[in-house]
Write a protein that binds this ligand. Structure first.
Ligand SMILES: Cc1cc2nc3c(=O)[nH]c(=O)nc-3n(C[C@H](O)[C@H](O)[C@H](O)COP(=O)(O)O)c2cc1C
Length: 373
């Protein structure tokens, strides 16, 4: 089983949801990057459970410890080990479910593959694994900004059938319009940068929770400052690596970049992005390509979407079978997220940062130089 990702900026995550702790080892982070525990903690605080009324009531601090690779506030170029100890796990909540395959969870598939599973929580399939990715991603994001001015910003675009209105979407996507700020996105628990839509989303999530149900939705992620020349033309196309990173997140079921699936209904004459020379640099006047052509960044904003399903743990009654194949009915109690979209925002940013930090280092090795936007 591979728990590692990346070629030069290499990350391994470890830990299960109900074990003693989780975390990551980051191998390949360049030396002399200023790095403090607070840089990583800020990202984990945006991910942690119990942060507001829309997330699970599990209230975990998820405090990170840096065990190696940093001295006097600077990275050493050696492996950076990051640990978050598990506290407040309620393994007893899972006891009644130990013999049942929870619908659309990883119980059956884990057991079918390994012949054994930890029935407390989701084990490695649990979203607590993403603690390691968010902690490592905070380091990658800091390096990307310090080294190349690259900024990554994600936000919730829709939950269930509540979506940002067309004119707001168009305004946000206008060429060279400023990215929504972190403060704008985090101004409401829905992490949607338009207050009226955020309030409707919050109402929808609260109603789903009250009904014992769950909801899915879509996150938009945008990256500014990417130089032309990251990525490769065949297997390691940027969009392929981003899709793998994002679809490797629990509950993520869809990815599209640039015009995405909508491009399938357009004509070439509408879809092509014309080139122009603007302020001394090669630019395109539109960005249906989402910042990537032939698998390589073209210097425009990289913009993609990730779709998350409604989480499988719901209090409403469901049919399933036991491990012995006997039909049974279950209702999942305990502390669950009725909708993971707001908490998934920093997780999508983290895996994007990990993918791009690796590609930046690889481009430097492949071409012998680092281009800046
Ligand atoms: C941030 C985050 C939090 C999640 N919290 C829960 C949860 O509280 N309850 C739940 O059933 N699933 C939750 N999930 C989703 C499950 O981990 C996931 O659906 C399950 O492991 C099966 O994997 P799959 O949906 O990718 O097939 C969460 C996912 C994310 C990204």
């Amino acid at each position: 089983m591979s728990s590692s990702t990346g070629t030069l900026f290499r990350v391994t995550t470890f830990g299960e949801s109900h074990g003693p702790g989780l975390g990551a080892v980051v191998d390949g982070c360049p030396a002399r990057l200023p790095l403090a525990q607070a840089d990583i903690q800020a990202a984990l605080d945006r991910r942690r459970p119990g942060q507001n009324a829309l997330s699970t009531p599990r209230n975990e601090a998820d405090t990170v410890e840096i065990l190696s690779g940093v001295f006097d506030g600077l990275t050493l170029g050696t492996p950076i080990a990051l640990l978050v100890r598990n506290h407040g796990q309620r393994s007893a909540d899972y006891a009644p479910l130990a013999e049942i395959y929870r619908p659309s969870h990883a119980d059956y598939t884990t057991e079918a593959k390994y012949g054994i599973r930890d029935p407390r929580g989701g084990g490695r399939a649990s979203a607590r694994e993403t603690i390691g990715r968010v902690a490592a991603g905070a380091i990658a994001a800091k390096w990307l900004f310090a080294d190349a001015g690259i900024e990554i910003r994600a936000y919730v675009e829709s939950v269930h059938d509540v979506c940002l209105p067309r004119e707001i979407l168009a305004g946000l996507a206008a060429p060279d319009a400023p990215l929504p700020t972190l403060a704008q996105i985090d101004a409401n628990p829905a992490r949607c940068p338009h207050t009226p839509t955020a309030e409707r989303i919050a109402g929808r999530i609260a109603a789903a929770r009250a009904a014992g149900d769950s909801l899915g939705g879509v996150i938009r992620c945008r990256v500014r400052g990417v130089p032309p020349g990251l990525g490769e033309p065949v297997f390691d196309r940027i969009e392929a690596l981003l899709a793998k990173a994002v679809l490797s997140l629990p509950a993520c079921k869809g990815f599209d970049i640039g015009s995405g699936f909508a491009g399938a209904t357009m004509r070439g004459s509408e879809h092509n992005d014309p080139f122009e020379f603007r302020d001394g640099v090669v630019r395109t006047t539109t960005n249906h390509s989402g910042g990537v052509q032939g698998g390589i960044s073209n210097g425009e904003e990289i913009s993609f979407r990730a779709a998350f399903k409604p989480v499988p743990s719901i209090a409403l009654s469901q049919q399933s079978i036991t491990r012995a194949g006997i039909p049974t009915e279950l209702s999942i109690q305990g502390r669950h997220d009725p909708c993971v979209l707001p908490r998934a925002v920093p997780i999508v940013e983290a895996v994007t940062a990990l993918t791009l930090a690796d590609l930046c280092l690889r481009a430097r090795a492949e071409t012998g130089f680092q281009r800046k936007r």
